[in-house]
Design a protein around this ligand. Structure first.
Ligand SMILES: [Zn+2]
Length: 292
């Protein structure tokens, strides 16, 4: 299912399957933040069409990171718009030009769900613009600021829209689905707890009023909320829990570790539809602990 929603005068969200959200910000130039799986490409075109846009009207594709649910459709877009400037952190750019390693890693993480993601096309090197903290994407009267936010992935950035006091956070602040709590996303193989917490602090210091989550949709911050504090605590608590399980039972099999984790974090049992994501996060935390 496709949802297209106005966020503010310049920003529109396009959401696929109620779970993956891309954003279009329109000024004199137009930027698309993230673009979903390759299999989301027809939905993205339909979403752009509802806005009176086509791939040729997009000036920049700004990628928070190169995981397939954020960047998988980039090559499809550059085929339709050879002028498209694809902005991505330097540590991820070569994997868009040659996605073989990215696809190999994704096949391991996704397992049997991998086939449904669709074929990821390479992005021509000439379309890429590497970005880092301090860079801006100029849109005309307004711009997006780039902030490097590793932790979820080594090549993760967020985009700050000072004009709207909004941040496009990719996976750096986890996922926030409708009436459910905000959960962290710590998949293999790049997860780093200390970097994740530093990145949350960096985003908090921007004092955003609105968080544009990639999973999923926009969220207005209530000044009384402790969203940043709660996320940092979750990183500490989940890492502590997995560490304790591994200390108790070194070499424990993944499913057994997951069952123990769920038993020790009983509040997670209330969200069975999120369990695939939690399991991935527990695997990522294990990889982080075992590689230290
Ligand atoms: Zn990700």
């Amino acid at each position: 299912m496709l949802t297209v929603e106005n966020i503010d005068a310049r920003t529109v969200s396009i959401t696929f399957d109620g779970y993956r959200t891309c954003y279009v910000v329109r000024d004199r130039k137009t930027v698309l933040v993230d673009c979903g799986y390759p299999s989301d490409h027809p939905g993205l075109l339909a979403g752009l069409d509802r806005l009176g846009l086509d791939p040729g009207s997009i000036d920049y594709l700004a990628l928070t990171h190169i995981h397939l649910d954020h960047a998988g459709g980039a090559g499809c877009l550059t085929r339709l718009n050879p002028e498209l400037i694809v902005c991505v952190h330097g540590r991820g750019s070569r994997h868009l030009v040659d996605p073989a390693r990215l696809l190999h890693a994704a096949a391991r993480v996704y397992g049997e769900r991998f086939a449904a993601i669709g074929a990821m096309l390479p992005v021509p090197e000439g379309n890429l613009k590497t970005i880092d903290s301090g860079d801006t994407i100029e849109l005309g009267a307004s711009h997006l600021e780039v902030h490097y936010t590793p932790g979820h992935a080594k090549h993760h950035v967020i985009f700050h829209d000072p004009f709207a006091a909004a941040v496009f956070t990719g996976d750096a602040l986890g996922l926030k689905i409708a009436d459910q709590p905000n959960f962290i996303l710590t998949p293999p193989s790049d997860y780093d707890k200390c970097q994740s917490v530093d990145s949350i602090n960096r985003i908090e210091a921007l004092k955003p009023k609105r968080i544009n989550f990639a999973h999923c949709g926009t969220y207005c911050l209530n000044p009384r909320e402790r969203i940043f504090e709660d996320l940092k605590q979750a990183h500490e608590q989940w890492t502590r829990c997995v560490t304790a399980i591994l200390n108790e039972t070194p070499g424990i099999e993944t499913q057994a570790m997951w069952k123990l984790f769920l038993k020790q974090q009983p509040y997670l049992q209330r969200y069975p539809d999120r369990h695939a994501s939690f399991l991935l996060s527990v695997r990522g935390i294990r990889t982080y602990i075992e590689s230290k």
